[in-house]
Design a binder for this molecule. Structure first.
Ligand SMILES: N[C@@H](CCC(=O)N[C@@H](CS)C(=O)NCC(=O)O)C(=O)O
Length: 205
């Protein structure tokens, strides 16, 4: 299996996290930003969006990080990343979706302005709103985690692949966070996983 991407992208990290949790043999082919590749005709033929990640499994090509996480979990993670119980699986998927569709777009303005843009180009009003909204969303997650270890209950699932990678990025962002004791405990539980240690880099860039 080949994964195209760069290991500092949150969307690539989700695919890497799933591959490593599942113990699947794969090769990471650097692509995106400083690595280029994504604009080549060969890459566009695989992924017309010109984005990362893209997974190649034999003849089969798949893009969209959450689709990749679900594909891998269904193929290799029955009873682990892909819970056997229908409702647990649905809740895991709910949080995987929440990370990508609700949480990440809200934190993106803070990320782009504070991490990617030089100080003179930062839109601090957008940052302020993004930080306030992100902290509010993480408060929802914190409350949810008060009564469970991982987002879908006692076991690590696809939901934690997304929410875990996102929580990591949230705690590394250079802005103030409220006290979120359950989220802080969750973050430690995610980090204790060998796959997380390899995947969630110590610096966000
Ligand atoms: N919804 C897509 C978003 C893909 C995406 O925008 N990826 C970014 C990196 S996080 C990208 O390819 N940026 C351009 C680049 O790295 O060259 C997914 O989840 O896979």
């Amino acid at each position: 299996m080949i994964l195209y991407g760069r290991d500092n992208s949150i969307n690539v990290q989700k695919a890497l996290f799933a591959l490593r949790e599942l113990g699947v043999d794969f090769e990471l082919r650097p692509a995106g930003r400083e690595h280029g590749v994504v604009g080549t005709p060969e890459y566009i033929a695989m992924n017309p969006n010109g984005t990362v990640p893209t997974l190649v499994d034999g003849h089969f090509v798949l893009w969209e990080s959450n689709a990749i996480v679900r594909y891998l979990a269904q193929e290799y993670g029955h009873g682990t990343l892909w819970p056997a119980e229908r409702e647990v699986r649905a809740i895991a998927d709910q949080w995987l979706t929440w990370q990508a569709v609700t949480a990440w777009p809200v934190m993106q303005p803070a990320f782009w302005n504070l991490i990617r843009f030089p100080p003179e180009e930062r839109d601090m009003a957008a940052v302020e709103k993004s930080v306030a909204d992100t902290n509010r969303l993480m408060g929802i997650l914190d409350t949810w985690l008060a009564s469970r270890i991982f987002v879908a209950g006692e076991s690590f699932t696809i939901g934690d692949v997304g929410v875990g990678a996102f929580t990591h990025r949230y705690f590394l962002m250079p802005f103030e966070r409220p006290e979120l004791p359950h989220l802080a405990r969750y973050y430690k539980a995610v980090h204790a996983r060998p796959a997380a240690e390899k995947t969630l880099l110590a610096r966000i860039t």
